[in-house]
Write a protein that binds this ligand. Structure first.
Ligand SMILES: [Cu+2]
Length: 67
């Protein structure tokens, strides 16, 4: 199990939080996804089999930026 904090830009409201949470938790191997709207961070716990880049892509596909 890996844990990584992504810095995500463009999240402005609860709806953005839901969108990001859904996009990330949909991925195979994600155990948890915790979004902090004020800090602009997304903390994800995921299986070793899941590539970090897949998570980044899923977030970007929803129109948000990932540093
Ligand atoms: Cu929003």
């Amino acid at each position: 199990m890996k844990e990584k904090v992504f810095n995500v830009s463009g999240m402005k409201c609860k709806h953005c939080v839901m969108t990001v949470t859904e996009a990330v938790t949909e991925l195979d191997g994600v155990q948890s996804c915790d979004v902090n709207l004020e800090k602009g961070t997304v903390t994800v716990k995921f299986e070793d089999s899941l590539e970090e880049s897949s998570i980044t892509s899923a977030i970007k596909e929803e129109g948000f930026g990932v540093a």
